[in-house]
Design a protein around this ligand. Structure first.
Ligand code: ZN
Length: 394
């Protein structure tokens, strides 16, 4: 009986001691110095550079020791944290997507290990995430209006990264079927241009490739490249060559490429009289018409030689170029590739010649690369509708 009683007392003492120990630990833990770290909240616009991310570090008791042997105190740790040591701020890498994201404070492995073990009864660390808001880089929606970052409302065509809109005179986006200029466009109820129903997106870059002096034996290669890339170009053909390459003329028409009149035998029209000029142009028209039942839509005089007199005899738009590749002179595939890629810009009309093998070789890389870069390869007449090409039009 006595033995039983003493065992009972020993048990009670042990349990009490354990409870006291737990209570002591709990109270000690509650009394530990607390370092509170809070990542800041920031707001940026898409693709903006990330500003320096800051973390607020606060502590309630600074004088306590963390490592007695190293004379390392809480205030030492706080100072180092304030200097940006021992942690990283983890965030999304993709600054191109609108949205709200976390800014997470992550201690480096070594510090995290110390906090969990060696410093467990010396200091507590509380980490509070911050937030990163990424706004549309072009501005902000206000109902059907879009306030741009420059403080004005969007008007006309506007590409907002993923979607294209057209804003009317009230600065509101349009919906449904809309005739803008000479073209009918289709928009969703949210105002987004339906790119499947429209062949051209006026808000995106476009340029016109033009080929003079053909058709020739390499022209079909150019046409096949255009077909593969769903692209178009303009061919200013010579009447003397047209009957030799009827398949090429048919294919140009099938691919919705534009056919222009470059005279019959490439004379300087400024040196000809009215009847000679009319003969040069009309012969080419007749030969094109015989093949596809349609006339050309533009004229480009040989050498770009045009004056008031020549102009007065021509009743179609006369279009020259804005970028002369000088491909006929250099006959160098690498040179032509490099020159075009460097000079390709929205709204340009590039002059080339499809009778040179070096030019056509260059096109094998140039056409896919321009498409890849986001250029719409359009005809001269299409470009004229959406861009000011006044400097190329006589
Ligand atoms: Zn020419």
């Amino acid at each position: 009986m006595k033995r039983f009683k003493s065992a009972w007392i020993v048990g009670l003492v042990i349990i009490t001691a354990l409870l006291l120990l737990i209570l002591y630990r709990y109270i000690s833990y509650q009394n530990l110095p607390v370092i509170h770290m809070k990542a800041s909240n920031i707001t940026i616009r898409q693709d903006e550079e990330l500003p320096a991310l800051s973390v607020d570090v606060e502590v309630d008791k600074e004088d306590e020791m963390i490592e007695d042997e190293n004379d390392y105190s809480v205030s030492d740790l706080v100072k180092e944290l304030q200097e940006g040591k021992h942690y990283q701020i983890v965030h999304t890498d993709d600054l191109s997507k609108e949205g709200e994201y976390q800014l997470e404070i992550k201690l480096d492995d070594e510090t995290q290990k110390k906090i969990d073990k060696d410093w467990k009864w010396r200091v507590r660390l509380e980490l509070e995430d911050g937030s990163m808001t990424i706004l549309n880089k072009y501005g902000d929606w206000e109902g059907k209006k879009f306030l741009k970052t420059d403080g004005t409302y969007a008007s006309g065509w506007m590409d907002l990264g993923t979607s294209t809109y057209y804003f009317n005179e009230q600065n509101e986006y349009v919906t449904g079927e809309q005739k803008i200029g000479n073209t009918t466009f289709y928009f969703s109820d949210e105002g987004i241009l339906d790119e499947n129903k429209n062949t051209i997106n006026p808000a995106k870059p476009m340029l016109a490739l033009t080929f003079d002096d053909g058709p020739g034996k390499y022209t079909m290669d150019v046409l096949n490249l255009l077909e593969q890339q769903k692209a178009r170009a303009t061919f200013f053909v010579l009447g003397d060559n047209v009957p030799k390459f009827p398949e090429e003329i048919k294919k140009m028409s099938e691919l919705s490429c534009e056919i222009g009149n470059h005279s019959t035998s490439h004379p300087n029209l400024k040196k000809l009289d009215k009847s000679q000029i009319q003969y040069q142009l009309q012969t080419t028209e007749d030969r094109i018409y015989q093949i596809i039942g349609k006339e050309s839509t533009l004229v480009r005089p040989p050498y770009g030689a045009v004056n008031e007199t020549v102009r007065s005899y021509i009743d179609k738009p006369i279009v020259l170029w804005t970028v002369d590749t000088l491909d006929w002179k250099y006959r160098d595939t690498e040179y032509i590739k490099k020159y075009i890629i460097e000079n390709a810009k929205d709204g340009e009309i590039l002059l080339m010649h499809d009778i040179h093998q070096t030019t056509v070789e260059a096109m094998k890389e140039v056409i896919p690369e321009l498409v890849e870069e986001g250029y719409q390869l359009v005809t001269v007449s299409e470009l004229k509708e959406f861009r000011d090409v006044g400097r190329a039009v006589s």
